[in-house]
Unconditional design. Structure first.
Length: 304
């Protein structure tokens, strides 16, 4: 089936279980250059995100509705997440490093090199249940001076890495990507989804999401493609509590089942880069859409 409303495009009846058809898209902030890396802090009821070309991070307070500067400069911050202690973990494209912000505000560099060579430009990051930090390292921050600092790649490839929670070593986990980008674990932690946005550099390049099996000690296997994007690229994404994937695309936010089946789309006025669940019931979907941040209330909750 295919049906359309003003905001939602329904491709499969199962999408109506997720979206309230009377909902509207609410503008949270605008006037940015390229929004990315949304991260929600439930204890404080605020959303932080990156405005990459402006070299800053912004913050939206759910209770007051105010938007303010969270950090400037930000090291051309891109992806952000929380660790198990509620600390901010950030991919700083301009500084070519992954950092953690302690509760007292100090920043600790977690990774800036692999095998003695500088990283390209860490892009997106997640934290596993065991405390391991996984991040992607494409070349977007060193391709030009718009989202970072133009430079040659010292490593010579764009890879997926894991920072071991016990040794703090930066480990190479997969090197068969063109431009690895967004990533998220399945709710049980047994599999890892990773998007490849190589299409941005080559019109024959990948624009899909792959699924890897993950062992308890962080070993990967598989890596089959589960979904191909037909509008722009799949950049950042999140999972809801039932395992559906809510992913960015050029035409909005697409909702995919765990096997990659596209069941519906939230239409947005600009291409979407990333999303995050928030709100007191974790059913507000925040959408980073180029120059603006939007939100919409869903019938489902995000996986915390």
């Amino acid at each position: 089936m295919t049906s359309s409303g003003e905001l939602f495009e329904v491709l499969d009846a199962r999408f109506t279980e997720c979206a309230e058809m009377t909902e509207h898209l609410e503008t949270i902030a605008t006037g940015c250059r390229f929004t990315e890396g949304p991260v929600y802090f439930p204890a404080h009821r605020y959303l932080a995100w990156s405005d990459i070309p402006n070299d800053r991070m912004l913050r939206y307070d759910e209770l007051s509705g105010n938007v303010s500067v969270f950090r400037e400069p930000s090291g051309f911050a891109n992806g952000n997440t929380r660790d198990g202690q509620g600390r901010l973990v950030t991919c700083e494209q301009g500084e070519r490093q992954v950092t953690r912000t302690e509760h007292d505000g100090t920043r600790v560099v977690l990774a800036d090199r692999y095998d003695g060579k500088r990283l390209n430009s860490p892009n997106d990051v997640i934290v596993a249940e065991d405390g391991a930090i996984w991040f992607t390292d494409p070349t977007y921050g060193i391709d030009n001076n718009y989202e970072g600092q133009r430079a040659d790649s010292e490593i010579g490839s764009a890879n997926l890495y894991r920072i071991d929670p016990n040794t703090a070593n930066c480990e190479l986990k997969a090197d068969d990507f063109a431009q690895p980008n967004g990533l998220a674990f399945t709710n049980d932690g047994a599999a890892l989804y990773v998007s490849d946005t190589g299409y941005t550099h080559d019109d024959q390049g990948p624009r899909h999401i792959r699924r890897f099996a993950v062992t308890t000690d962080g070993q990967l296997s598989g890596g089959d493609v589960i979904a191909e994007c037909t509008s722009g690229v799949f950049d950042g994404f999140r999972l809801d509590e039932d395992g559906r994937i809510w992913t960015s695309a050029a035409d909005g936010v697409r909702c995919l089942l765990a096997d990659g089946t596209h069941i519906g789309t939230i239409r947005c006025p600009e291409p979407v880069a990333n999303v995050e669940f928030g709100g007191p019931r974790n059913n507000l979907l925040y959408i980073c859409s180029t120059s603006s941040v939007y939100r919409v209330m869903l019938r489902v909750r995000g996986h915390r």
